[in-house]
Write a protein that binds this ligand. Structure first.
Ligand SMILES: Cc1cc2nc3c(=O)[nH]c(=O)nc-3n(C[C@H](O)[C@H](O)[C@H](O)COP(=O)(O)OP(=O)(O)OC[C@H]3O[C@@H](n4cnc5c(N)ncnc54)[C@H](O)[C@@H]3O)c2cc1C
Length: 383
């Protein structure tokens, strides 16, 4: 059995990285999650250990390429398989599952762009976990839903754009990571443009966030742009609006991997509690079997929707949002049930139940949050 070494101690910083890939053996994803990731979960959660070695090994095991037809050996856009892989990680540690989603989303944008150079030079590395990346799309997603203004603006210059502004939270970042951002072009037609940013770009800086109550190990930073030159060859979409319509359902469906993984972890915790407490836990409202049925239903719905991720129709998008909402609600229900089944043991600082409770709230607040989804659904109903 390998004993993975953390490459990043404590609160996320930018120094001290060792060779991550060398610390975790290549394994299939299930063993990677169970043997290498599970023991690290409390440290990732409480000490802010960034699971870089696990992420790189997950990439080597193929976890980040299922949804990328150009990288998937089967040649298909298999969102359901990408969700399964993310769920395997999330069932042990949802911080790692969220980093996997960030990675998947970043690669998803490149795959669906018309930027052949990035597809050639960056996408294969992202799909194998050799390059790591994130996504700064919460603010634009909220912007397109009329919730807030775009936080980045850009001045067109010869050969590209000069970008300024600040994104408060972007995860799975580091000095050598990529992430996607969207900025409002000043003047002209007021269009927005999406591009791939590298964290070492001149004028760009990562600012530490205040300590989080969960997801602490996700290397989440504030992203400050001070006259950052973004060359045209890093542009993913210009204008961005049609591109967002194309990628948004995949973006949202992929997030199901976090919620389903947390629920599956909760089911395991409930069964474990039942080994000594079933004589009293049987009086609780929510049992493992109820959650299992819900997970099966959600997976079945996901498989159907995952067949047509590029469907831009209103009805399809409504179903995607409804499933994502159900995923958030199920994660909240399952984690509360797991806490009640665990009792006092679940309240211990290292207990999975209290960690999953905090993780499940992230499923419900990460963009699109429950309130955001409900706003979108109301808009679709009214149209
Ligand atoms: C741990 C963590 C990781 C995240 N990772 C990512 C990521 O990888 N990519 C990404 O795009 N988004 C990320 N987010 C943002 C997330 O997806 C949501 O957009 C965010 O939580 C705000 O959503 P909300 O529904 O609370 O916003 P609302 O309630 O609608 O509004 C909150 C708004 O208030 C402002 N605000 C509130 N508190 C602060 C603060 N402390 N500092 C600055 N502004 C503040 C911001 O403008 C924010 O958008 C992350 C958030 C957290 C907590």
């Amino acid at each position: 059995m390998s004993s993975p070494q953390p490459i990043m101690e404590g609160r996320p910083g930018l120094t001290g990285a060792a060779d991550a890939a060398s610390t975790v053996h290549v394994r299939d994803l299930e063993s990677l999650a169970r043997i290498d990731l599970a023991p690290l979960a409390p440290r990732i959660d409480r000490e802010g250990l960034y699971p870089e070695a696990v992420l790189r090994a997950a990439g080597a095991a193929g976890a980040f390429r299922y949804h990328l037809a150009s990288q998937n050996p089967a040649g298909t856009t298999d969102i359901a398989a990408a969700v399964d892989a993310m769920a395997v990680l999330s069932a042990e540690c949802m911080s790692t599952g969220f980093c996997a989603w960030c990675q998947d989303a970043c690669a998803w944008y490149v795959e669906n762009s018309a930027n052949e150079a990035l597809k050639r030079e960056v996408l294969p590395g992202l799909s194998r976990g050799e390059l790591l990346g994130g996504t700064g799309l919460s603010n634009p997603m909220k912007h397109f839903s009329g919730i807030e203004n775009l936080k980045l603006s850009a001045r067109p210059v010869s050969g590209g754009f000069v970008v300024n502004g600040m994104l408060p939270w972007v995860s799975n970042l580091g000095e050598d990571h990529y992430f996607a951002a969207i900025f409002q072009v000043e003047g002209g037609d007021g269009r927005a443009v999406m591009a791939l940013i590298h964290c070492s770009d001149e004028g760009f800086s990562l600012e530490p966030c205040k300590e989080f109550t969960a997801l602490e190990g996700t290397r989440t930073f504030g992203c400050r742009f001070k006259d950052v030159f973004v060359p045209e060859d890093r542009v993913l979409a210009d204008p961005v609006a049609p591109f967002i319509r194309r990628i948004r359902s995949g973006f949202i469906l992929l997030q199901m991997g976090m919620g389903l993984g947390v629920v599956e972890g909760c089911i395991r915790d409930i069964r474990e509690s039942g080994q000594s407490l079933s004589h009293v836990n049987c009086y609780l409202d929510v049992q493992a079997e109820d959650l299992e049925t819900s997970v099966q239903d959600a997976r079945a719905a996901l498989r159907v929707l995952a067949e047509t991720p590029f469907d831009e129709s209103r009805d399809y998008f409504r179903e995607v949002l409804q499933l994502r909402l159900a995923g958030s609600e199920l994660a909240l229900k399952a984690s509360q049930a797991a806490m009640l089944h665990a009792g006092a043991r679940g309240y211990l600082a290292h207990a999975p139940a209290q960690r999953r409770l905090r993780e499940s709230y992230f499923v419900a607040i990460v963009t699109p949050a429950i309130k955001h989804i409900r706003k979108e659904l109301a808009k679709l109903e009214a149209a």
